[in-house]
Design a binder for this molecule. Sequence first.
Ligand code: ATP
Length: 361
Amino acid sequence: MTHYKIATIAGDGIGPEVTDATVKVLQAALGRDALHFEMLDGGAAHYRKSGEVLPEDTFTACRDLDAVLHGAAGLPGVTYPDGTEVGNELHLQLRFRLDLYANVRPVKLLSGVTSPLRAFEEGGIDYVIIRENTEGLYASRGAGVLLRGEVATDTLMVTRKGTERVARFAFDLSRKRNGAPRDGKRRVTVCDKANILRSYAFFRGVCDEVAADYPDVEIDYAYADAITVHLIKRPDFYDVIVAENMFGDIISDLGATTVGGMGISPSGEIGDNQALFQGAHGSAPDIAGQDVASPLATILSATMMLRWLSDRHGDATLSEAAARIDGAVDKVLAQGAAVPRDLGGTAGCTEMTDAICRALG
Ligand code: ATP
């Protein structure tokens, strides 16, 4: 079997625990030799020791190896003089320097998980948010203007190139899926505030132009405020949602909550040449080191990584392993063999990991 090298940054807080758990599950599914995990420094604790949040050799490995797997970064109190968090910088630098423009956030209700929206059962919620990841309001980070301690501004940036490629990513993804649970229709919903700002109207306009190349996929629009209501009231209407960076950030936390929370929600950040996979949650310092964190978000992010590698290298063993791991997670949750604490159970990180490895066996 081909060997793939995975640039692995465990990071801070619960990052090392959920990363260890994920490595164990991947090795249980694929054997010990298929993936080589290159463990790399980086994050807020590393910054405290060395003054660097993302050392250059870590960046080089992330750029050159086959994929990037990340636990989480960030610690309370480790901040820059302007008050912004150091930990976020690791991720943001990787996003921009590796040009990971599509942040893919699946929102899917798994068996055995009770949604706060109880009317919906397994598969009744199943959509993917594509958050534009390199522009929008967050492109201003570090470049905003603070004037005489009186006025602060950050600029929202939307480009044709940036919007076009992420819109195309969303339409291509819809073509690979089975449509929205409600009506089986392939649909891309553009989330913006085109009614208020010219930049968002432009974002919508470029999405419209891209939609013309996909007559088999319906285009739909939702203002960012309205979609927070729709994702609660009719989540089954959605298939793929494409959103500007900050709106994508906000609605993916909302979507995650409707299917069990951050501890079960995966994410992949995908560019043309590299991709980074990490659970949707942060470093959760409040529960770090206690073996209580759920490893599910990171494990499900790793199955996204296997599918991405499989497509890229035409290696079906990886997508088969991803399906087996997803199946093992489903089985463990559906049978209640182990239920993590954030889903109302008592299983810690080790117990969840062992249960998934057993289900794989
Ligand atoms: P960031 O800003 O980096 O996204 P945050 O501080 O906003 O991070 P998290 O670190 O995700 O948010 O933590 C939010 C809450 O969710 C915390 O109370 C934490 O304990 C809980 N939490 C996060 N991840 C997990 C997990 N994997 N398992 C269980 N609980 C978790």
